[in-house]
Design a protein around this ligand. Structure first.
Ligand SMILES: *Cc1c(COP(=O)(O)O)cnc(C)c1O
Length: 368
């Protein structure tokens, strides 16, 4: 890759392929793989990522909202797409685009049945989401009777799958809780199948679930963060490759005198003679204010330079004292070093938040 000459988010599709194969290698041959591509494929580029994964033989996609699924369909994505959190106002668009809803409450089930009737649909594929302890979205086990009653004698719906979501699959201290979630899901799934009179697919695991509870892989797994290069585990991270690298350049270098201040509200006060560099990216690009004031570090010529003062909308300032650099030089905000995981951890947050926040203003560059 040539050195960058503006702020770009480089997307390494070979890294994506590597991560996909790594995660697949943890699974049985016939376990299906659903790639979670919500939120612009975790802040990268949903179409580019989905197209690449289709060539690798991905079984399913998931997005959060209907408009994300429509964008994939408009780009020619043909693979089945599960919509995790659809809103009734978008049900007609969902049906028009052959997207498959997660139905998670009595209200949503009822409203989707109405939408199917209105659109003259039969045997429409849906996914029933159960709550097993995350307490976010999902039917409760004692809703099963209601679900079965709603569906009796109706042919609009075909339940393709039954699923749930783990609350703490990356946390070894929560193993007993996760075991109870798995057990509870198994019992729900059995009861649903018995009442429906047909077999549905079952899925439960996210990325950390795949890595820590492969025995619960069932018919399919749902991975997001692992595909993008993070395993929520210091031992796993070296096995994965970050897909996205945020790179920028030095716009200007200043020599600062002792006691001078840098940035809005004079957030940084210099303790001596210092060199600062101003970079063309800020909180409007997704580098939030929590990364300022010495929390996060960027890579300048292989050396770590802290972000000093308050992050501005379109700029950040870094301390490059003692680093041999000049205006126009490349700066790696995150990528291989520091990783998004490390960059985020320095400001007490997680890779998920950092990478999904990179705004659409930042140009995406595909590297393959
Ligand atoms: C986002 C999401 C996932 C993906 O989780 P990762 O930790 O990124 O692998 C899986 N399932 C559901 C229901 C989700 O909302």
């Amino acid at each position: 890759m040539p050195k960058t000459s503006e702020t770009v988010l480089e997307l390494d599709l070979n890294a994506l392929e590597h991560n996909y194969h790594y995660l697949r290698s943890k699974l049985n041959e016939d376990t299906k793989f659903l790639a979670v591509v919500k939120a612009y494929a975790y802040g990268s580029d949903a179409v580019e990522i989905a197209q690449k994964l289709e060539t690798l033989g991905i079984d399913y996609f998931a997005v959060a909202y209907v408009n994300e699924g429509v964008a994939l369909r408009n780009a020619g994505i043909k693979t089945s797409i599960l919509v995790l959190h659809p809103q009734p106002i978008n049900f007609d668009a969902l049906i028009r685009n052959s997207l498959e809803p997660s139905l998670y409450s009595p209200k949503i089930l009822h409203e989707f049945l109405e939408a199917l009737k209105r659109n003259n649909q039969k045997d429409y594929p849906v996914h029933i989401k159960f709550n097993t302890g995350l307490n976010r979205l999902g039917f409760w086990e004692n809703d099963i009777d209601y679900i079965i009653k709603q569906l009796k004698g109706r042919d609009e719906i075909n339940i393709t799958s039954i699923f749930s979501h783990l609350a703490a699959s990356e946390d070894f201290n929560e193993k007993p809780f996760t075991a109870r979630q798995i057990e509870s899901f198994m019992s729900i799934a059995k009861e649903m199948d018995a009442n429906l009179g047909y077999q549905t697919q079952k899925h439960l695991l996210n990325t950390s679930g795949i890595l820590n509870y492969p025995e619960a892989q069932l018919d399919m797994v749902r991975s997001g963060i692992g595909l993008y290069g993070f395993g929520n585990d210091m031992d796993i991270d070296p096995e994965l490759k970050p897909v996205a690298s945020l790179k920028t350049i030095i716009s200007q270098i200043h020599k600062i005198e002792p006691h001078e201040t840098v940035g809005y509200n004079r957030g940084f006060t210099s303790d001596g003679y210092r060199f600062t560099a101003t970079l063309p990216l800020g909180h409007a690009d997704g580098i939030g204010r929590q990364y300022g004031n010495g929390k996060a570090f960027v890579n300048v010529k292989g050396k770590m330079a802290p972000i000093i003062g308050n992050v501005c909308m379109d700029m950040i300032m870094i301390d490059v004292t003692g680093i041999d650099c000049k205006e126009g030089d490349e700066v790696v905000v995150f990528g291989n070093n520091p990783t998004a995981e490390t960059f985020a951890a320095n400001a007490n947050t997680i890779s998920y938040e950092l990478i999904t926040a990179i705004s659409q203003r930042v140009k995406r560059l595909i590297k393959e």
